[in-house]
Design a protein around this ligand. Structure first.
Ligand code: FDA
Length: 306
């Protein structure tokens, strides 16, 4: 049953009509639990509060699967506005971006120019940009574009790698040799068993393997998970190997396992919260429901409240 619901939410995440409707009607159905608000001001306010509590933040101006140049250019401007606002308020943040929001499906060269502009602005402020990783269909193009921008701004850009994909071991090996700053995640998209482990236990095992590999290679590693078993294992690994705090951080999503986030900060670990905001919340929200179909309970509650 859980698998059926998971597949259903991942299928719904791709529904463009529902996405358009959701944008028009604002944050609904409990999405506020996972999304910090609709405006840059909302995001700045939430980030300030998180920074004061000892968290670092990565901001994500929500959006993906954009198919017109105008929308993609608008998305790039939103990223620049976010960076400007963060710098003005001296926030401890970086930016997470999705390439399909910036025109990857329209024209790769156009997308490259947009990303270059965003990373140049971030570098000017001493900030960093992380390219989120999307579904397998966009994987190779994302890596290609990342490598192009990295050659110009090596210290200001990083990538995400998904443990669910068979190819990721090779990617982490290559990036490990080149000292690339990676966020490792399990993977949030529905993929074919031809390219990804169908069994969650294999994903979890590969996740730990890739985390250990990248840390052992001496590279900065963002351990992005809410999974207690992985977190406890990595705490032990970090302690045993004497890995310093400037080589890793734990990362979690806004609104998910907040008590665990707070506990890690109290214990002295570096923790960064991924703070999504904006009107284009629908697909992001569907993926969060897919990860934990039990979340549907509070969606129903919020529907009866409003
Ligand atoms: P797992 O799914 O095994 O969950 C472990 C426990 O965490 C659950 O038992 C539950 O308690 C809690 N939990 C997890 N998800 C929850 C939810 N939605 N609601 C409530 N509780 C939940 N993916 C991707 O493909 N590309 C990307 O760029 C990113 N970026 C990214 C950044 C950051 C900072 C994080 C934390 C995650 C991502 N992801 C991602 C998502 C990632 O791939 C994965 O889908 C989720 O993190 C869920 O997997 P966990 O590792 O948390 O483990």
């Amino acid at each position: 049953m859980e698998q059926i619901m998971r597949n259903m939410f991942l299928y719904m995440a791709k529904n463009q009509s529902a996405n358009r409707l959701a944008k028009r009607y604002g944050l609904r159905f409990g999405a506020r639990r996972f999304v910090a608000g609709e405006t840059v001001d909302n995001a700045v306010t939430k980030t300030k509060a998180l920074n004061e509590q000892g968290f670092k933040v990565t901001l994500d101006h929500l959006g993906e699967s954009v198919f017109t140049r105008k929308e993609a250019e608008e998305a790039a401007k939103d990223c620049l506005r976010t960076l400007d606002a963060a710098a003005k308020e001296k926030l401890t943040v970086y930016l997470s971006i999705k390439l399909t929001q910036l025109g990857l499906d329209i024209d790769e060269a156009f997308c490259l120019e947009q990303v270059r502009g965003i990373v140049a602005r971030a570098a000017g402020y001493g900030y960093f940009v992380r390219i989120d990783i999307e579904d397998y269909a966009h994987n190779e193009a994302t890596l290609r574009l990342f490598n192009r921008v990295r050659s110009e701004f090596p210290d200001h850009i990083g990538l995400v790698i998904q443990a669910c994909l068979y190819k990721s071991k090779k990617d982490v090996e290559v990036f490990g040799k080149e000292g690339v700053n990676l966020r490792l995640v399990k993977g949030a998209y529905k993929e074919s068993p031809r390219v990804a482990f169908p069994d969650k236990a294999d994903v979890d095992k590969n996740f730990i393997h890739l985390l250990e590999m990248h840390l052992t290679n001496g590279c900065f590693t963002a351990i992005a998970t809410h999974d207690d078993t992985v977190i406890d294992h990595m705490k032990q690994f970090i302690a045993n190997r004497g890995i310093q705090k400037d080589q890793y951080e734990f990362q979690m999503l806004y609104g998910i396992r907040t008590q665990l986030q707070e506990r890690l900060v109290r214990e002295g670990y570096p923790v960064r919260v991924y703070v999504p905001f904006g009107r284009d919340w629908y697909a992001y929200f569907m993926r969060r429901l897919a990860e934990r179909p039990a979340n549907v309970g509070f969606v129903l509650k919020s529907m009866f409240k409003s």
